[in-house]
Design a protein around this ligand. Structure first.
Ligand code: HEM
Length: 347
């Protein structure tokens, strides 16, 4: 069977597809930054707590419910843009995963309530039970992230979709050698930025212990991730490796730029400068997201030619969207300003 016949027919787009790609990349970067602060800081809190030091888990635990809410909110926008441009791949992989994918909602709800309970009943709870609740909520996040990696990799492999005809159960993308290093790359990256989040908390609160601890996790995890990144690159199909090694110049330059941004990032990390590190880390994550986008583009190229995407050129609704986006961002900035002023940190 030709797997290409399993790809649904595309719906026409109102405006050029590149607009949706730009919005997808920008909003996904925001999603990742919040997800990293959430998962990474929660992970470090647990690791410390298991060694008998509970302060980080307690302090970070107070931030987890709003961070989880922001991660989910920032995930909705890229999900919509992803479906606009890549729905004919992503809807299929979501359906093929079946119950594994559906369970994401239930697991997220569990983690959300778990972290809420931890925050508001911290003093009332038995310490052992409290840590168990926190750890199981963190495990829930790990599940959600793993399901996303499964979905985002399965959508790129129509040749693996034919497994559907072998059984009626939902399935995961176990046969894909990129699945494991890719997921590990996300997790180690999240731990690095989680460390940075703890260091930033330390800087706001004049807590040098948090700064030292956070920056140590940040630099060590980033160095580890260099090795994981090389492993990830090596598991990609050879034509894609070659594309990143010079055959496709824009893809190569994007990867080189993301690696170059890690130099000032690590320098700021070793000098224990959380704010500078945060700026370089945001840029690095953005460039890595662009490299990941190249990976998607190159992977689906044999199956779908974007120049054949039907476009109706109805720009009215798009301008309306941009207007509301700008007005919304101004309103959010104003609210943040009021919030900081109310907390005595006026800007
Ligand atoms: C809070 C727990 C979550 C975690 C830990 C998490 C983690 C991740 C990870 C690791 C990826 C990258 C997967 C890969 O490319 O291999 C990802 C992608 C993505 N996530 Fe999340 N996620 C979470 C929640 C959500 C939610 C609730 C939404 C939507 C409402 C969402 C929307 C997305 C989208 C759309 C992508 C793919 C974007 C793209 O391919 O360009 N995430 N997430």
């Amino acid at each position: 069977m030709d797997p290409a016949t399993l790809i649904p027919v595309v719906e026409p787009l109102p405006v050029h597809w590149a607009w949706f790609d730009i919005l997808l990349i920008v909003t996904f970067t925001a999603h990742l930054l919040f997800m990293n602060a959430l998962f990474g800081s929660a992970f470090i809190g647990l690791a410390r707590s298991l060694r008998g030091k509970h302060e980080v888990m307690k302090q970070v635990g107070m931030k987890l419910p709003p961070l989880l809410a922001l991660t989910i909110n920032m995930g909705v926008a890229p999900l919509l843009f992803l479906q606009v441009n890549y729905g004919h791949f992503d809807y299929v992989s979501s359906v093929l995963m079946g119950g594994w994918w559906f369970a994401v909602v239930a697991v997220l709800l569990y983690s959300y309530y778990g972290f809420y309970y931890f925050k508001f009943k911290y003093d009332a709870m038995n310490p052992g039970l409290r840590t168990l609740l926190y750890a199981s909520s963190l495990l829930g996040l790990l599940y959600v992230g793993f399901m996303f990696t499964n979905n985002m990799t399965l959508m790129l492999r129509p040749e693996a979709w034919t497994q559907y005809f072998e059984s009626s159960d939902g399935f995961l993308n176990w046969g894909d050698p990129t699945l494991y290093p890719r997921f590990l790359h996300f997790i180690v990256g999240a731990i690095a930025l989680g460390g940075l989040f703890i260091a930033l908390l330390g800087q706001v609160r004049d807590n040098t212990e948090f700064i030292d601890l956070g920056m140590r996790w940040f630099t060590h995890a980033t160095l580890t991730n260099l090795a994981v990144g090389v492993w990830f690159l090596m598991t990609l199909p050879s034509d894609i490796i070659l594309a990143f090694m010079g055959k496709n110049l824009p893809a190569t330059l994007t990867l080189v730029a993301s690696l170059a941004a890690m130099v000032p990032l690590l320098m700021a990390g070793f000098k224990k400068q959380p704010r500078q590190a945060a700026v370089w880390a945001s840029l690095t994550v953005f460039l890595m997201v662009c490299s990941r986008h190249w990976l998607r583009t190159l992977s689906i190229q044999p199956y779908f030619d974007f120049s054949s995407m039907p476009v109706t050129n109805q720009y009215g609704s798009f301008y309306l969207f941009l207007g509301f986006l700008v007005a919304g961002l101004i309103a959010v900035a104003y609210m943040v300003k009021l919030y900081l002023k109310a907390r005595g940190r006026g800007v």
